[in-house]
Design a protein around this ligand. Sequence first.
Ligand SMILES: O=C[C@H](O)[C@H](O)[C@H](O)COP(=O)(O)O
Length: 219
Amino acid sequence: MTQDEMKKAAGWAALQYVKKDTIVGVGTGSTVNHFIDALATIKDDIEGAVSSSEASTKKLEELGIEVFDLNSVDLIDVYVDGADEINDRMDMIKGGGAALTREKIVAAVAKQFICIVDNTKQVSILGDFPLPVEVIPMARSYVARELVKLGGDPVYRQGVVTDNGNVILDVYNMQILDPKVMENKINAIVGVVTNGLFANRGADVLLVGTPDGVNTVTL
Ligand SMILES: O=C[C@H](O)[C@H](O)[C@H](O)COP(=O)(O)O
């Protein structure tokens, strides 16, 4: 089974968590793209979606799913999104596709976070995947120096501008032993918009695509 087939299995499995007549929070990335394909098959049964990126908005609209502005929505029942790494406490690193800030905002509003991954994303300690940090452009060098003080090696993701008009620093060589503390420390640096640690708000349900089917994990 290929990695993409495992992503697809996890993406389609998330459909069982979508309730009739609700607004669905939709993440970003190659795994979520499979979920969007699945969601399109029940588009007449849902009210629509709130999207976490321009890319997901485009795909949702192309498939005929109405996309609402988050400010016009009071309640999101489930938020479905992928991850770059996830540990057994359901803490995640996200933002490999630079969509971390809008993802974190939509996830904050949702009652339940359903994380969909293939089995290569499960880790015991977060940090092998470089941690993305979205930064206001004029603060890039200052934030990079502060990230070095926290023990990381930040690298500017050249040529990438986020949907919010900002830049990304990818922080290498961080062994993230306490994800909540590190999330808070990095967010406290002036000039940081947000970082890709999702620990204060982790996943509630994890669906893992494996060669033997989809495993469901809850805490
Ligand atoms: O910014 C991107 C998101 O956080 C994605 O959810 C994450 O990078 C996982 O993406 P994929 O499903 O393509 O591996």
